[in-house]
Design a protein around this ligand. Sequence first.
Ligand SMILES: [Zn+2]
Length: 464
Amino acid sequence: MKLKFLGAAGEVTGSCLLVEADGVRFLVDCGMFQGGRDAGPKNRRAYAREIGPIDFVLLTHAHIDHCGLLPRFAWPRHGAGLPAIYCTKPTADLVPVMLADSAFVQSRGAKRSARRRERPVETPLYGVDDVKRLATRLNAVPFGVEFRPHPKVAVRLHSAGHIVGAAFAEVRLTDGGRRRTLVASGDLGEDSALLVRDRSKPPAADVLVVESTYGDRNHRSLEDTEAELVEVLHDVLQQRRGNVIVPAFALGRTQEFVVLLYRLAKAGRIHVPLVFVDSPLAQQAADVTFAHLDALDEEAAEFHRAARERKLPFTLRYTESVDDSMFLNSIRSGALIIAASGMCDAGRVRHHLRHNLPRRECAVLFTGFQAARSLGRRIVDGARNVPMFGDSVPVNASVHTLGGLSAHAGQDSLMEWLRAVPRKPRAVFVNHGEPLAAHTLSARVARELKWSPTIAEAETDYEV
Ligand SMILES: [Zn+2]
């Protein structure tokens, strides 16, 4: 079996694994690179690249860094043989929404680039028509049920506990006449996740690929995180009388954070007058998420019922138009504003940061991973000023990181999942992590499980 990591090696974005066995070639994920200046050129290179005929694609979940380059298969150069893409039902519902948003963001970026007469002018990788064509190739399969994307290959998708619909893949194939099982983790969540149902235990694998986003650290417990959130909200909203800005991924994190607010407000632990979700994409993501109650945790389902019956313990508003979003800038106190992007590199959150970062009475609350070189990382790392909209914006607001809310498993939790693998795999690869995280996890796996993991390097041919 041959493996090649076309992305998410030495970094946390661009997930795309090319697998080849007995003449069958397939991808696990086909994601975009995100964060930092070099993401654009890397995406253009990856998108234009010829990777040869692909029999099918397995998609673990709908985050853009896992599905964002799928429209490459919508291009005519791939002819009639467009590969089928297999994923769970919630993922199949989310992918067109996420890709259409990505196409929109790219076309806006291209217009801006043309206005500024940049050379070369940025061009979108794909448009909404490509997304529509691509969407016809999505095949939804249920969790845990075996299907055959190719006569020689049997696959099962298991719950990864990451976002709604997220799965890890168990792939059974023949390789040189021998039966082999490949397990690719995709993104794994914590078992205590509030939004989605718990992740499944891993099956036996000959070849195992595991993510390592938080391979070098653990999250704080949910109880500690809740206590911290209660304190920050009380301090900012009731004492300092400012606003709280929460940069969050539109898909997953935003819905999970709102469920957490519901849980705390219901218990009388917080008093939040106004909660705004300022992201049309987050609203669409919420619509799809709560249409799949069977894939959700009980508490999330309860929140959804309360919201539908207008019995939430706070006022929750989704802002659609740009005017509504701009109106939020005039609110001086009492508002909690959740907006994308999660790493502050794009999206409406940048406007809210511009208005609230210079104010001492306000706070910025980070809830997710901040990649190296992203604006979010600079704020978390204590920058006194940050560049935004051609200005230098002073950071006077307090900055907080809620450690226990990640959609990704921490180190102990990754180890717990790995420990449940029934027997020692023949080969283990650690991917989807910055170098320190991947090395730290790999060292612990070697020490405690006596496996010999390989840290995935991009563009390297592995024969296993
Ligand atoms: Zn993800």
